[in-house]
Design a protein around this ligand. Structure first.
Ligand SMILES: [Zn+2]
Ligand SMILES: [Zn+2]
Length: 412
């Protein structure tokens, strides 16, 4: 990680005014690099004391994160600038170390080309590179969000927004994913005004696209619902989550795992409102949906393992994607914690939740933990004669956990 102070000169490299607004928001949000006048002066002194690096004249350099005047420069790529070491460090740790050198051709002056076709070829290459960087920065940001590192995710998600604007333009629906991720990060950090700004951008973009995908509408409503929940506006939150469920069920179904996220958040709100019965109904519905979904995957994977071992081929296992796995862990753990507290009154449901935990662990490759959860499910069921069928089903799954080896493709 190398940086050098620079002379302040050059034009803003922001792809658009929205970006500038976003970046300004981030600077106030993150509070990582608030520079005092003394510090500014100190940095300026340092700048004047070092030999300036050759930069285009007559234009102003701006900080990569907050778009305030820049005083430092990444020595590795020399095309990225910062207001101070705090923002440089945050950017480096969040995303810049992974894209540093790739930014050089994107931010350097266009070379001279002997023919128009060569110039076009170069432009096409840069366009493809921006698309790849969009995917990379989005994936990095998403991963950090899944890991609960909201603050660290912001530089990567901001970069994804910049690349989305450069590739698709300012009013494209492709920007919505980045807006939602930024809103999610800000909600996680309780920076609600900023989250609201990003969600307004997302909503506005969706409104501007008449044939917008229902799935995107659902995601926007879900995030707004979550923001309203955090703000304590439960009525409005429930309204948005109902919209989320409605739009999501059009593209999936009312009993799809994707739709169940809306039920889960609605359940959380009913719980806060003291409407425990409604919350329980929704939580149980979420459990049932995941139970069915995970059972399907377990059945498929076990058959696939058996088939491949007899044919001596590699099994083509179904894995949850990273996003789905993160959601499953979060949602099912929260519901399981609630049923654990209520296990005296909801013994059967608690057992069912243990079984769902067992299925989830089995699918993500932790079969010893799956076994522990299945044993707990069996234990929680008690000796009631009426539950023989359920008992047999759990015992059969437990047997599966004991007899099938840990998959080599385990991601844990
Ligand atoms: Zn800055
Ligand atoms: Zn760099």
């Amino acid at each position: 990680m190398r940086v050098v102070n620079i002379c302040t000169a050059t034009q803003e490299r922001s792809p658009g005014t929205v970006c500038l607004k976003m970046a300004a928001t981030i600077s106030s949000v993150q509070c990582m690099g608030k520079i005092t006048e003394n510090e500014m002066q100190r940095q300026t002194d340092v700048i004047t004391s070092i030999k300036p690096i050759a930069l285009p004249k007559g234009v102003k350099k701006l900080c990569e994160l907050c778009k305030k005047p820049a005083f430092m420069q990444c020595l590795q790529c020399r095309v990225t600038f910062y207001c101070g070491s705090d923002h440089q460090t945050s950017d480096w740790e969040g995303i810049h170390d992974q894209i540093c050198t790739q930014l050089i051709p994107l931010r350097s002056p266009e070379p001279h080309f002997s023919t128009e076709s060569k110039r076009k070829e170069h432009a096409d290459e840069l366009f493809q590179q921006k698309r790849q960087l969009l995917q990379l920065t989005r994936a990095v940001g998403q991963k950090l969000l899944f890991e609960g590192k909201a603050e660290k995710a912001i530089p990567a998600v901001l970069q994804s927004l910049h690349f989305a604007i450069e590739v698709y333009g300012l009013s494209s629906i492709e920007l919505v994913t980045s807006y939602l991720m930024l809103a999610e990060a800000c909600i996680g950090l309780h920076r609600l005004k900023e989250a609201e700004d990003y969600l307004s951008q997302a909503q506005w973009t969706v409104l501007m696209v008449p044939d917008c995908d229902y799935r995107i509408k659902s995601q926007v409503h879900r995030q707004i619902g979550r923001l309203c929940e955090v703000k304590g506006d439960y009525e409005e939150a429930l309204r948005h989550l109902a919209e989320d469920v409605y739009h999501c069920s059009i593209v999936t179904s009312t009993d799809d795992v994707e739709t169940s996220g809306g039920y889960f958040h609605m359940g959380n709100i009913f719980l806060k409102l003291g409407k425990t019965d409604k919350a329980e109904t929704l939580y149980y519905r979420v459990l049932k949906i995941w139970h069915k979904y995970l059972t399907g995957i377990v059945t498929f994977n076990v058959e696939e393992e058996e088939k491949s071992s007899s044919l001596l081929t590699s099994p083509k296992m179904i894995n949850l994607g990273k996003a789905q796995e993160a959601e499953a862990v979060k949602v099912l753990s929260a519901i399981h914690a609630w049923y654990s507290e209520m296990s005296d009154r909801h013994q059967l449901e608690f057992s069912y939740s243990c079984k769902t935990q067992a299925l989830l662990n089995f699918v993500i490759g932790d079969r010893s933990q799956a076994k522990v959860c299945a044993e707990r499910a069996l234990e929680a069921l008690g000796d009631d004669e009426k539950k023989q069928h359920t008992r047999r089903a759990i015992a059969s799954f437990l047997n599966l956990c004991r007899t099938t080896p840990q998959p080599s493709l385990s991601r844990r």
